[in-house]
Design a protein around this ligand. Structure first.
Ligand code: NAD
Length: 446
């Protein structure tokens, strides 16, 4: 999976040459299997609020080696900055500057996470401080080395810092499961959700549908949700039937061959679920395609299928599932695949970016519809992920695209899958209508 350039610069002579030439030297990212401990120690919790004290105690109770100052620590695995009581920008310096002297002590794969409140547009000085946290974290992420990351959790006013969503988001961002996420914020908007009973199998007892599951990111999502305990329904086009049944055998999943853009696809899915006696707790709308062309050469045969698969099918499938009344579990979790192209735009991708920006607006609206029932809808926006889709890019464009992020490498399908597993978990009940980027903080579109 490691690309040729990365293999070269990780060798001793290649690494020296890259250093001399000032070329990017991507670090090995520590993922679930590489770093089993949930929190990398030692952990330093900064902040003097009651929430900081409570969090330090909680981490201690969970077995972490917790400190409240850097003192003479020679290495640091995790830093949590609790900034829930900021009143003016002047409060920021005393809180974050102790970390400056410890930056060179951060271990490979270290985590820095801030916990703060979002600006509300009500109090100028307080909002300036709150907004400042975002600028700080996004810049810090650019400066992290050795596969270390910096992210933040924004906790809406009125939501306790110990709400399930905050605990869950912190657990996820501190773990090795968020290896390719940096410079990002997760907002917890409510106290909804509940603590995960079984951390080893957080999705035990759930049934999950993954569309476009035969390969790439979809197959990784199915494998990750299955490893987390969910029962899988895997969907793909009839043309991908062989790969789909291989995956279904591997995961003991239920396969369904269906083109999500075909007439009545939603109703056929609902009938299939009824026939098999299945209720979906998790719906991952992953099927997607690209048909890149400069807009000057754009034609309906390139525009329409992209919009059809990437967004219209998400709307028709979710409407059919919601309208059926007997297709979904009590608190359904919808997670859609967006893209950083939908955020930043990308040359040659007017059709794709329109579809993916549509996905982000769609989940926001769907979240509103689901909230009363305790359901959620969110999206993930992958940056450059090493799959067959990106393998089709011209070689030079591909090489540039995989380097222009803070981690200087492409992500893996499993990185996207891990973010989806978090958003599908009980703990993420307070995370609504958001798009979480899984992109190594990439600086342009895909
Ligand atoms: P992929 O091409 O490797 O896999 C896509 C899967 O979707 C395939 O198995 C395909 O058969 C299936 N599919 C396509 N049209 C379908 C249809 N009409 N009905 C049912 N299934 C259909 O792509 P991937 O790289 O794994 O991408 C998965 C998702 O992630 C897509 O939504 C894509 O836009 C998004 N994404 C990927 C990247 C990346 O870098 N690879 C970046 C951002 C977003």
């Amino acid at each position: 999976m490691t690309d040729t350039y990365t293999r070269l610069v990780r060798s001793a002579p290649g690494g020296m040459l890259a250093k001399q030439l000032g070329l990017p030297r991507p670090s090995k990212l520590l993922r679930r299997g590489d770093r089993p401990e949930p929190v990398l120690g030692p952990v330093v919790v900064l902040g003097a609020s009651a929430a900081a004290d409570a969090l330090a105690r909680r981490l201690l109770d969970e077995g972490a080696d917790v400190r409240r100052r850097f003192e003479d620590l020679r290495s640091v695995g995790t830093v949590v900055i609790v900034a829930d009581e900021l009143t003016a920008p002047g409060d920021l310096g005393p809180l974050v500057l102790p970390l400056a002297g410890a930056m060179r002590s951060l271990l490979p794969g270290a985590r820095v996470v801030t916990i703060s409140r979002p600006a509300t547009g009500e109090e100028p000085a307080r909002d300036a401080a709150r907004g400042g946290v975002e600028g700080f974290v996004r810049s810090l992420a650019h400066e992290m080395r050795g596969g270390a990351t910096a992210n933040g959790i924004l906790v809406a006013d009125g939501v306790g810092p110990d709400a399930p969503g905050v605990v869950g988001a912190l657990r996820f961002l501190l773990s090795a499961r968020s290896a390719f996420i940096t410079g990002q914020f997760l907002t917890v908007t409510s106290d909804a959700g509940s603590a995960t009973a079984d951390l080893a199998q957080p999705l035990a007892g759930r049934t999950a549908l993954v569309t476009g599951a035969a390969r790439g990111i979809g197959a990784a999502i199915a494998r990750t949700l299955s490893a987390d305990g969910a029962r899988l329904v895997v969907l793909d086009v009839p043309g991908a039937g062989t790969e789909l049944s291989r995956l279904a055998n591997e995961l003991r999943a239920v396969p369904i061959q269906l083109d999500v853009t075909s007439e009545g696809a939603g109703e056929r899915l609902v009938s299939f679920l009824r026939e098999h006696g299945l209720l979906l707790d998790i719906v991952v709308l992953n099927a997607g395609i690209t048909r890149d062309k400069l807009f000057a050469n754009m034609t309906p045969d390139r525009w329409d299928p992209v919009l059809g698969v990437n967004i219209t099918s998400q709307i028709t499938l979710s409407e059919a599932l919601l309208e059926a009344g007997d297709a979904l579990g009590a608190h359904p979790r919808f997670v859609s695949l967006a893209s950083t192209s939908g955020i930043a735009g990308n040359r040659g991708q007017t059709n794709y970016a329109a579809s993916k920006a549509g996905v982000m607006a769609f989940v926001d609206a769907l979240a509103g519809r689901l909230e009363a029932s305790g359901g959620t809808a969110n999206a993930v926006a992958p940056g450059f992920i090493e799959t067959e889709m990106t393998a089709k890019m011209p070689a030079l464009t591909r090489e540039v695209a995989r380097r222009v992020n803070s981690l200087a490498q492409g992500g893996r399908p499993v990185d996207v899958a891990e973010a989806i597993a978090f958003l599908a978990s009980d703990e993420a009940g307070g995370v609504q209508g958001q798009t979480l980027r899984v992109c190594g903080q990439n600086m342009v579109g895909k």
